[in-house]
Design a protein. Structure first.
Length: 274
């Protein structure tokens, strides 16, 4: 059996994706509250206690705030949390007793570019470019998870599509990719200019995603799920239209049968199986 995934939720309020082979169940990011992660797993049809491990991209709250509460309240065994040492230290997950409720977090340090395995699912992490306004982001990672030749790529909170990111996403059957903001909406918005500049440096726009899909996407993926859409600076239909037009604009021999879909802030996505 290959892999399946479900985006439990994705927005600036919290991000979490379940990737599974039917036996091993991995949470990639846990930025929703512990209670909400458990609720959405129940809605999906999986007991929270069946989670095998948590893999965290970086130290921002919308990617890791739920780690300790989820493990403490909803998981019987102390499952491992894979995260770079710098991001783990910066997050405070392992140092704040009020977060951990006195249960030590089983941290497994990983490095950018490293490959490791969880229950037969191979995971390769790669460095993303991201800038944060609250606490500086350290070593933000994207991930490719692989089982029986099936690959799922996840890349959120990246300021640009680097050559490395494009290479790592090649050959993936499913991709979860940030499409955070519409350029015109960001410029016209009421937020201070300094914040607008941070957004531009820290996140992919609809235009960035469209350029990737039209020029650099290898066309392999059956699904590209657009995630981390801004409530203030984007409209779901606009992000969908931009991405779909980019695929349609590809020349005939490179045209892809890829389906573009959305991840949601307030509900789980459909399940994508390969």
């Amino acid at each position: 059996m290959g892999l399946r995934f479900n985006v439990l939720g994705s927005s600036s309020s919290g991000n979490s994706t379940l990737v599974s082979d039917g036996v091993t169940n991995i949470l990639v990011d846990a930025g929703l509250s512990g209670k909400e992660i458990a609720r959405r797993l129940d809605e999906y049809g999986l007991s929270p206690d069946k989670i095998s491990a948590i893999v965290i991209s970086h130290n921002h709250d919308d990617h890791c705030r739920g780690v300790a509460p989820f493990i403490e309240k909803y998981v019987k065994n102390n499952i491992p949390v894979f995260m770079t040492a710098a991001a783990f230290d910066a997050s405070g997950i392992g140092m704040n007793p009020s977060k951990t409720k006195h249960r030590a977090i089983s941290h497994r340090a990983i490095l950018p570019g490293e490959s490791f395995e969880i229950g037969g699912i191979a995971i390769t992490c790669f460095l993303l470019s991201h800038y944060g306004s609250k606490n500086e982001c350290v070593e933000n990672l994207g991930f490719v998870l692989e089982k029986d030749g099936v690959r799922v790529g996840i890349a959120l909170d990246l300021g640009k599509m680097t050559h490395l990111v494009k290479e790592r996403l090649k050959g993936c059957a499913g991709i979860v990719l940030e499409s955070n903001y519409d350029v015109a909406m960001l410029k016209a918005g009421s937020r201070p200019w300094a914040i607008k500049q941070r957004v531009d440096k820290a996140h992919l726009s609809n235009d960035n995603v469209a350029e990737y899909l039209s020029c650099d996407f290898d066309g392999t993926a059956k699904h590209v799920v657009l995630a981390h859409l801004s409530r203030q600076h984007n409209i779901p239909d606009l992000a969908l239209l931009s991405a779909r037009r980019a695929l349609e604009a590809r020349s005939g021999i490179y045209r892809s049968q890829t389906k573009i879909a959305l991840a949601y802030a307030d509900k789980i996505s459909k399940t994508y199986c390969y």
